[in-house]
Design a protein around this ligand. Sequence first.
Ligand code: 5GP
Length: 111
Amino acid sequence: MSNVFEKIVAGEIPCQKVLENAQFLAFHDINPVAPVHVLVIPKVCVKDFNAVSPELMAQMSGFILEVVEVLGIKESGYRLITNVGGDGGQEVPHLHFHILGGAKLAWPKLS
Ligand code: 5GP
């Protein structure tokens, strides 16, 4: 059974796309917590940050930089988050980075 992000990659669930290449997809989060809230995922199945190869991560870093350029927040600033596992609060078991920006973000106490 594929998860929601695998269904988005397969085109079975629509998304509000920001940028795409052969390896990665960036799209707006369905439940934004900041004025800009975009998710970046690899198209291949990778469960989380623990499982990503350094090579794929290097390419993903370059793609994320392209996304923040497209979003116009590279200079104003942004926050990059990846949740891992239960304590990290990961809901979807497919590696994703949250790009948050568009306003001065709070740094909340998280526990
Ligand atoms: P996590 O908690 O796993 O780090 O983040 C999962 C994120 O995926 C959440 O911010 C949630 O709002 C987002 N999300 C879940 N389902 C969908 C969906 O079908 N479409 C989009 N665009 N975002 C989703």
